[in-house]
Design a protein around this ligand. Structure first.
Ligand code: FAD
Ligand code: FES
Length: 272
């Protein structure tokens, strides 16, 4: 795939330490599916100050096919994402998109969609919620954030058509505790919901997804996870992103091309 130069239309803090980035990228907007990501060059290729520019992966959070835009939810943490947060509207970004395998969108009729998001793990679920709601679903979306300051994202999730329940680490809004505990307690209480059993999706820190994998296994419910492994090339060539499979450490797959979305039982959570 060829990299494109995409104009930044918006890049701003939207509460707490979260940022929202929108770029003009008509081809990416036409082709993208929920769960796919963009690989964005973060840093000048040969800058002394920023070091060599490596791409960083960001899940596609929102697509406007009419306007030809892609949006991303991210948290500036390391050098590359902090560089990204300093970019201004009108500047361009060098990106590859869409990459990776998407989430399954066609659910068996006995299942209802339920998503569990930790922090920026929410990013792919805004897009997934919108696509599922276009199919007539109202997905249930559990969001875990550090505090109420980051819950401006709730508005984005509601706009995307999800029914939202939130947990905060400091108890400043919603459930006081982890998002996995909130999801577990709620789903066990309403075991059948509308008569259909949950079809689970999870994205967030590895420990959170491992806890969800164990819960899904216990209940016999399907779970798809989106893994945020380190990626250098993003296109299947360098093997930095390999994920251990269920047949142990000798069975690896590349998250950038065979993932980042995997059925939870196809990941060896002890080795990840
Ligand atoms: C599929 C996927 C989707 C993601 N979606 C999101 C999202 O929606 N929002 C979000 O906030 N975060 C997301 N992330 C995580 C995001 O990519 C990380 O925030 C980012 O990798 C960390 O970058 P940084 O610049 O903050 O940190 P840094 O420490 O500067 O960079 C670490 C990353 O840079 C790359 N890198 C740096 N140096 C090297 C090197 N020498 N060799 C190889 N690679 C190098 C690696 O990709 C590594 O992951 C996603 C990750 C993946 C894999
Ligand atoms: S990031 Fe290079 S093979 Fe996946």
């Amino acid at each position: 795939m060829k990299a494109t130069l995409a104009e930044i239309l918006e890049n701003q803090n939207i509460g707490g330490t979260l940022f929202w980035l929108t770029v003009k990228e008509p081809r990416g907007a036409r082709e993208a599916l929920p769960g796919q990501f963009a690989h964005i060059l973060c840093g000048e290729p040969f800058s002394q100050k920023d070091g060599p520019g490596w791409r960083r992966a960001f899940s596609i959070s929102q697509v406007d096919r009419e306007k030809g835009t892609l949006s991303f939810l991210y948290r500036p943490e390391g050098r590359g994402s902090r560089w990204l947060s300093r970019r201004k509207p009108g500047e361009t970004l060098d990106l590859l998109a869409p990459l990776g395998k998407p989430f399954p969108l066609d659910l068996p009729p006995q299942h209802r969609p339920v998503m569990v998001a930790g922090g920026t793990g929410l990013a792919p679920f805004l897009f997934l919620s919108r696509e599922l709601s276009l199919k007539g679903e109202t997905p249930l979306l559990f969001i875990g954030m550090a505090s109420h300051k980051e819950l401006a994202v709730m508005g984005l999730a509601l706009e995307a058509g999800a029914q939202v329940m939130v947990a905060t680490d400091d108890g400043s809004q919603g459930y006081y505790g982890t998002v996995v505990d909130l999801a577990r307690e709620t789903l066990l209480r309403e075991e059948k919901g509308d008569g259909r059993t949950p079809f689970l999706y999870a994205c967030g820190p590895t420990a959170m997804m491992a806890a969800m994998a164990s819960f899904a296994r216990e209940k016999g419910w399907p779970l798809y996870v989106s893994l945020e492994t380190n990626m250098a090339c993003g296109t299947g060539l360098c093997l930095t992103c390999t994920v251990p499979g269920p047949r142990g450490p000798h069975f690896y797959r590349r998250a950038c091309v065979e993932g980042p979305v995997f059925p939870a039982e196809e990941v060896d959570w002890n080795e990840l």
